[in-house]
Write a protein that binds this ligand. Structure first.
Ligand code: GLU
Length: 298
């Protein structure tokens, strides 16, 4: 699929579960640079559809960090909590196509990947989860711009698009919003590579054109897992935006900026001009434990 440079539209879509950390900066930066290097637009979407997982003040902190790092987005911020109408319309479209089924299974009987095996037979008490009917023969292989060809994998059995508690599933919301915002290129962390086939399947069910995907490396904590709030990734220090950007560019194996690029804006300008996505080919994870000084050393 070819798209003219001018039609590029990318996005950064953080969940406000905590402030940005270095791992999230890598994803934001790769997505920003790819969009700007293509002369494209870059949008910001706050994925606040899961209030129990949200942290008070996190949306504000994320926005402040992006501003401090001069990662300026185009247009207004899209907040997913305002988008229920669009998600309901998508659910209705799936229903009309006979692609939804109701599930009353309690969480404790669900198998790996949330599969229910149709145990409840669509009958039960109380509110139902909505699941999309999965066609196991659907071709899931796709080409990732950074990771290369991604081999076919089995889609999880009829996965949830609206939960029993009434909250919309991330898979549904992300697909509806990527479509509504005209996103042509999704650049995000490789931790989301495994859910991309689900998103591409939903796009096909809804008759949407799939964006191109490019998954950049995630930073690993000292426990070998993706750097996150759970393994105590410290929040980005917005007071060191220039140093953070330099380090992030180095981790993304980008050509070093000259010392004269002394401000965050100058560093970004250089990085956009010299954006070398080939440096990320096949890199899905990077050790992140040398990013921060050990406790006690300042
Ligand atoms: N909101 C997701 C997260 O913060 C990212 C969604 C996406 O980029 O598709 O992990």
């Amino acid at each position: 699929m070819t798209r003219s440079a001018g039609s590029y539209c990318g996005r950064f879509a953080p969940s406000p579960t905590g402030p940005l950390h270095f791992g999230s900066l890598l994803a934001a930066l790769a997505s920003y640079l790819d969009a700007r290097a293509h002369g494209g637009r870059w949008l910001l979407r706050v994925e606040d559809i899961d209030p129990p997982r949200e942290q008070a003040g996190a949306s504000r902190a994320i926005i402040d960090s992006l501003r401090a790092h001069r990662l300026h987005w185009d247009g207004p911020v899209c907040y997913q909590h305002t988008r229920s109408g669009a998600y309901d319309e998508a659910l209705e479209a799936l229903e009309r196509k006979g692609l939804l089924r109701r599930c009353y299974c309690p969480r404790r009987v669900l198998g790996p990947d949330g599969a229910c095996g149709g145990r409840c037979g669509g009958e039960g008490e109380g509110p139902a989860a909505l699941r999309v009917r999965v066609d196991p023969a659907w071709p899931t292989a796709f080409e990732d711009r950074f990771q290369g060809p991604v081999a076919a994998t089995a889609l999880p059995e009829d996965f949830v698009v609206r939960r029993r508690d009434g909250l919309y599933a991330y898979q549904l919301a992300v697909v509806v919003d990527d479509h509504a915002q005209g996103i042509t290129d999704v650049v995000r962390g490789a931790d989301l590579l495994s859910v991309t086939p689900r998103q591409r399947y939903l796009q096909a069910c809804l008759g949407y054109r799939s964006p191109r995907y490019a998954h950049c490396p995630v930073l690993l904590g000292s426990d070998g897992r993706k750097l996150s709030k759970q393994n105590h990734a410290p929040p980005l220090d917005d007071g060191c935006a220039g140093a953070n950007l330099r380090r992030a560019l180095e981790l993304l194996a980008q050509p070093p900026a000259p010392a004269t690029a002394a401000t965050p804006s100058a560093l970004l300008e250089h990085a956009v001009r010299h954006w070398a996505p080939a440096a990320l080919a096949g890199k899905a994870a990077l050790p992140g434990d040398r990013l921060y000084p050990p406790p006690g050393i300042s």
